[in-house]
Structures are given as C-alpha cells and as structure tokens.
Write a protein that binds this ligand. Structure first.
Ligand SMILES: [Zn+2]
Length: 83
C-alpha cells in the first residue's frame, strides 16, 4: 500500500504537462508517465533475459538519477521483469 503524499503539475521537455506524484515527505517526484512507458517498451523490445537485465540496469540508473524512491523502482521494474 503506497499512499501518494503529494501531487503537483510538472512539465516534461518532450511530452509537456503532467501530474507528478511524490511518495512520502522525503521522496523524489515521479517522472513523466509517457517517458516511463517508453522505458517499459525499451525493456520489452529486448529479446533475451540478459538483454532485459541490462536494460533494467540502465533504467534503474536513470531512475536513481531522477531521485525516485527505491521502493517505487522495485514496484515498477518488477512488473516489467516478469517474463
Ligand atoms: Zn515525457
């Protein structure tokens, strides 16, 4: 159960305005949902498990850079990595 602590309007340089969400007082803000879908497609496009793992690692590095809480990473990537 994840309570969304706060929301705000944010702007993606590629996709325009979206509603960012923050999970907990010290959590980072969520990214553009369309960008997140692009990342998911990137993983789905890979053929082998090794490629999937590498893609997931790259994406985790990007998410870490954006300051999203680790718990959110796990939840998101888990759905993608079930094969
Ligand atoms: Zn975007």
């Amino acid at each position: 159960m994840t309570a969304i602590f706060e929301t705000r309007k944010d702007t993606c340089p590629q996709h325009g305005e979206f509603e960012a969400r923050r999970f907990g007082r010290f959590g980072g803000w969520s990214r553009c949902p369309i960008c997140d879908q692009d990342l998911a497609k990137e993983i789905e496009a890979t053929k082998t498990q090794t490629e999937k793992d590498l893609a997931a690692e790259r994406i985790l590095a990007r998410l870490n850079a954006s300051g999203i809480p680790v718990r959110y990473h796990d939840r998101t990537l888990h759905a993608y990595m079930v094969s």
